[in-house]
Structure formats: C-alpha cells, structure tokens
Design a protein around this ligand. Structure first.
Ligand SMILES: Nc1ncnc2c1ncn2[C@@H]1O[C@H](COP(=O)(O)OP(=O)(O)OP(=O)(O)O)[C@@H](O)[C@H]1O
Ligand SMILES: [Mg+2]
Length: 348
C-alpha cells in the first residue's frame, strides 16, 4: 500500500512530531478598506452579532441533539471545488488511524468520496440513494469497509440525484438522513455534501452536531458564506448570537499558497469577523493531495511526509481538541499535548 512514515496499519500512530505540527506562516490581518457586495453581508452579520446581547442558550451543545450515538460532522460549502471531499476523506482517515471508529457518508451524487477512497461505484448494489428513498433501506445494510481499518463508507451513486428530486415532495423531508443515522454507533460520522444548498445539504445540516466549511483561498471564496450561515441558523433554530457563541462550526482554509500574498491578505481581511470560527490549521495547496485522490488513497498512504499529510494531521488534532472541549468526551493525552504546541486561531 506504499505507506511511509509512522502511520501503521491499524495502529493509532500518526507522525505527530512537533516539526509536523507547525502551521504555515500566518498573515497579519490589517484594517480592511471598503466592503462591498457579498463581503458586506459577512460584516453586516458580524455587526449584528456584536450589537445584540447574548441569549445565553445553546452555549455548548448543538440545539438539535445528535440523532445518532455518534458525533456527526457535515462538511459543507455550496461552492464547488473548495475541498469538501478532500477534507472528508483525509480528516476521516486521520481519525481512523488515531483509533476512532469513523463512517464517511457520501451524500453527493458525484460519488467523489466513494471513488476517492477506492470503492468502485459499480461494485455495490445499494447506496445512499436507497437510504434516502421510500421505502428506506437501513443505512447499516449499505455500509462498506474501506482499505483503512476502522473507516467505513456509506457510498453514493449517481441515482442519488434523482432521489433528491423526489424528496422535495415528502413531508419531514429535511429529517430523512437524521432518522437514517439513528442507532449507528461510530465515534465520528462525516457527511460529504454536494456543492449546493439543496435538500441533501439541508438533511446533512439537520442531522449534524458540527459543521466544517472548507473555503478555498481565492477571490470569490467567501461569496455565499453568509447565505450558508443563514441556512444553519434556520435549520438549527439558532439566533445569530447563538451561532457565534456556541462551537457549532469552523471555517477551514484550503489550497493556501503562501506566494499569493495579496490574495491571502484580502481573504484574511474578509474573514476577520470569523477569526475565532476559523481552524488554526490551514490546508496548503499541495499537488500530492490531487494525486492521492487520483490514486484513490488517503494522503497518509500516498505520501506520508508531504505538506498535505502534515496539514491534515494538524487539522485532525485541532478537531479532536475542539471535540473534547465541546463534548467533554475523552481524547488521548498525546492529542491534547500536541495541540498545546499550536496557536488556535488566525493571528491578527
Ligand atoms: N490543498 C489542495 N491542494 C491541491 N489540490 C487540492 C487541494 N484540496 C483539494 N484539491 C483538489 O481540488 C479539487 C477539488 O477538491 P474537492 O473535490 O475536495 O472539492 P469539493 O469541494 O469536494 O468539490 P465539489 O464541490 O465538486 O464536491 C480536486 O481535484 C482535489 O484533488
Ligand atoms: Mg466533493
């Protein structure tokens, strides 16, 4: 399987040396000039958060209790190509290698997570399309193992696109996935969403305890973020203050290229309202991540030492610490210690 470094089959040792945990250089955030268009919406939201008194509810937990015994994480951005699938596969794989039983739910008819982890869409008969249909197939009956021990997959098929159209006519249509996940017993369930705010994504929002929003660092990357946050508020029945005061979501910066200083500065300026809601871990642009997807492997098995592998390891540690803080559930000491060596938010 060509695995290198210290990532060993089914042992839980990821190479978490201090060297690997250093985040890429952060850019200082400066006063930003005029704010226009979609970007202004972000700042308007920020202003309204800080002009209203906190309500005090929903401080620590999801307002919608997990529909599953597992910690359910939706990976969402209605923009295409922001790194949702890459993040689903590599964060899930990292957690599985760290010893956590993890399920990836491929909720995208493109089936990129399914293909990306090495499962041939013609090699299974039933998929999330049948789970989301009437009559509903129990999800446990479509789950497949992957080549990584502890990492399972609920595969997608192109038929899911047709099923999504039919879902619009059903009552309680936004709760179908939450019901399907009931009774599953994993440590983590990651849902890879399609690039839209349609009924599949709304199902993922309803079912999840936490939301990861991968944002590619590019000129238009933050367009639509305000709309996405509004959807979260509506589906989760959260006020904007609650959304920001609870740990309900994190933005993940992806495809970071330190050479693009002007673009990076622009994005960080625009993201300033979300500084506390942005993972300190940043995923740098790295060709190996592309190649790993073509090779249908997690990055740790394709090139353990590349920066893509390092960045996703760092993200996994930060994610586990956040999970620990939020749920009070235990994570290994070495994870807590490793995280203690890092900064936890963008410096500004
Ligand atoms: N950090 C990175 N460096 C280089 N290439 C990357 C990186 N992250 C993702 N890619 C590549 O960018 C492309 C889009 O990534 P990905 O499929 O994860 O995005 P997505 O948000 O799931 O897309 P979609 O909206 O179509 O589902 C893929 O070819 C992937 O290999
Ligand atoms: Mg995708």
């Amino acid at each position: 399987m060509g695995r290198t470094g210290t990532c060993q089959e089914s042992s839980v040792t990821l190479n978490c040396s201090e060297d690997n945990l250093q985040p890429p250089a952060r850019l200082a955030v400066t006063e930003q000039p005029g704010r226009v268009g979609a970007k202004k919406k972000l700042w308007d939201r920020w202003d309204s958060v800080h002009s209203a008194a906190p309500t005090g509810k929903n401080d620590h937990c999801s307002p919608v209790a997990s529909k599953s015994n597992s910690y359910v994480v939706a990976v969402i951005n209605q923009k295409g190509g922001t790194g949702k699938t890459t993040t689903t596969i590599n964060l899930s794989a990292a957690l599985a290698y760290l010893g956590h039983r993890t399920l990836m739910v491929d909720l995208d008819p493109q089936a990129h997570t399914t293909i990306g982890i090495g499962v041939d869409p013609d090699a299974f008969i039933e998929s999330m399309a049948e789970v989301m249909s009437v009559p509903r197939k129990p999800i446990a009956e479509i789950v497949l193992p992957t080549y990584i021990m502890g990492l399972n997959l609920a595969p997608a098929h192109i038929h899911l696109a047709h099923v999504a159209e039919q879902i619009y006519t059903r009552v309680f249509r936004e709760t179908i996935l939450a019901q399907a996940l009931q009774g599953l017993d994993y440590d983590f369930i990651f849902i890879d969403c399609p690039p839209s705010l349609g009924v599949l994504t709304i199902n993922a929002l309803y079912a999840c305890d936490f939301i990861v929003i991968p944002c590619q660092i590019s000129r238009y990357s933050l367009d639509g973020l305000a709309d996405l946050l509004t959807s979260i508020e509506i589906v989760k029945n959260l006020s904007i203050q609650d959304l920001f005061q609870g740990d309900h979501f994190r933005v993940l910066l992806t495809m970071f290229d330190p050479r693009n200083k002007v673009t990076n500065q622009y994005i960080l300026d625009e993201l300033r309202p979300y500084k506390e809601k942005t993972f300190a871990a940043v995923i740098r642009r790295n060709e190996s991540l592309n190649q790993a997807q073509i090779a249908q492997k997690a990055i740790f098995d394709f090139d353990f030492d590349c920066i893509g592998s390092q960045d996703y390891q760092q993200l996994a540690l930060e994610f586990l610490n956040l999970y620990h803080r939020r749920t009070g559930l235990p994570v290994e000491d070495k994870v807590l210690n490793a995280q203690g060596n890092q900064s936890t938010s963008l410096e500004g």
